[in-house]
Design a protein. Sequence first.
Length: 215
Amino acid sequence: TVLLTLGPTRDPWDAVRYLSNSSSGLMGACLAVSAWMRGAVVKVVCGPNAFDLPPGIETHPVTTARQMSEAAADLWPGADIGCCTAAVCDFRPVPPRGVEAGQKLKRRSLAGDLPVISLEENPDVLKGLGLSKRSDQTLIGFAAETGDLLGQARLKLDEKRLDLVVANRVDLPGSGFDSPTNSVTVLDRNGRSEQWPELPKPEVAWRIWDLLRHL
């Protein structure tokens, strides 16, 4: 049984504005479908995305980081493998003062003063799964970075108790969010390290599952 998270999260500021990122969820969708094709029972906690997964894949749509954290935590005890590809927002905006829940902040109500957007921390979905991981479970994480790829990947591998981390530079063409391809560096708990060239994301997904035989 594979638990997989994919897509972005969206944390609302008011009724129409939110904090998010440009993740399409394609990498996660490729991993979900390829695991299902290999015979796994696949359960996906998915942020907003445009993909229709096969009917055999169990999906749990969420919007916010807190919703994703709760859904993943509920499903994790019944999973053999966790694979967190979702681009979860580390922070959420504090709703503007004077605006009721479910309402839009109006420009005319500001009286010429621009609002200050304050942030508060979201739960760390991947770290939460790592801290509760059993010895018979395997956990894979993704690291989307803009520099020091190896250093940040090793840090994430250790801090979040991962068995495998897949790191990529999101600031480079052909490797970032909303791209059909990816170029990744993969590290595992046994010290194995591989750097892959730019490949279609379905190929990257298939190779990731192949690596589990080395853990």
